[in-house]
Ligand binder design. Structure first.
Ligand code: PL3
Ligand code: FE2
Ligand code: FE2
Length: 231
């Protein structure tokens, strides 16, 4: 007896699969582009870490190219307009924070929220991906853990003075993540990914990051509740 994936066989070449893929693939490509730009912007606020941030930005560009290849491989044209709309709120909040030199908020949005989002999405995707995309995504997700760590390290070193701004940035941005997930829930399901699993993996990655930075379990519980319940 073999114990393989519990999901029924996915037909990667069906129109249904490819239609859903055109949006999910676009969202991931746009996410990598957003991350690439954000690391360049972060280098303005953290000049002493410029070299490292430029290195991270280049990795994001490679990720973007990898996911573009995944779309190509399935003959899917990514719906980039959908994806830009999908990221619009997080994009605007990052840009607003940047304009006000709010480094802590920028780090929360890029290093914690976007990277945790990527880690959860990619881990859930790997077991149901086509063989070409699986290989690429496995390589990418390893990098994303190091990106999450970059933000953790800085925020841990500056925890006391960053704490209030982190809580405020969490309150403003975490609800947006749940809105984003709702928008792709149906398409993700078509690709064999369940929303509950995505939420669970996101909270594990994000909660662990908050814990490593210095938040207590009680504080993490309180912060995680934002957006899940009505606020
Ligand atoms: C950071 O390096 C990249 C950021 C990418 C963020 C992607 C978010 C995707 C959310 C969509 C959830 C559906 C699953 C997608 C699986 C490939
Ligand atoms: Fe990435
Ligand atoms: Fe990343």
């Amino acid at each position: 007896m073999q114990e393989l994936a519990a999901t029924p066989e996915l037909d990667y070449n069906s129109e249904t699969y490819k239609d859903a893929y055109s949006r999910i693939n676009a969202v991931v490509i746009e996410g990598e582009q957003e991350a690439k730009d954000n690391y360049i912007h972060l280098a303005q606020l953290l000049p002493e870490q410029q070299e490292e941030l430029h290195r991270l930005s280049k990795m994001e560009n490679r990720h973007k190219k990898g996911f573009q290849a995944c779309g190509n491989n399935l003959s899917v044209t990514p719906d980039m307009e959908f994806a830009r709309e999908f990221f619009a709120k997080l994009h605007r909040n990052f840009q607003d924070a940047l304009a006000q030199d709010k480094l802590v908020t920028c780090l929360l949005i890029q290093s914690l929220i976007i990277e945790s989002f990527a880690i959860s999405a990619y881990n859930i995707y790997i077991p149901v991906a086509d063989p070409f995309a699986r290989k690429i995504t496995e390589g990418v997700v390893k990098d994303e853990y190091t990106h999450l760590n970059f933000g953790e390290v800085w925020l841990k070193e500056h925890f006391e003075e960053s704490k209030a701004e982190l809580e405020e940035a969490n309150r403003q941005n975490l609800p947006i993540v749940w809105q984003m997930l709702n928008q792709v829930e149906k398409d993700a399901h078509t690709l064999g990914m369940e929303k509950d699993a995505l939420v669970e993996d996101f909270m594990i990655a994000y909660g662990e990051a908050l814990s490593n930075i210095g938040f207590t379990t009680r504080e993490i519980m309180r912060m995680s509740a934002y957006g899940l319940t009505a606020h």
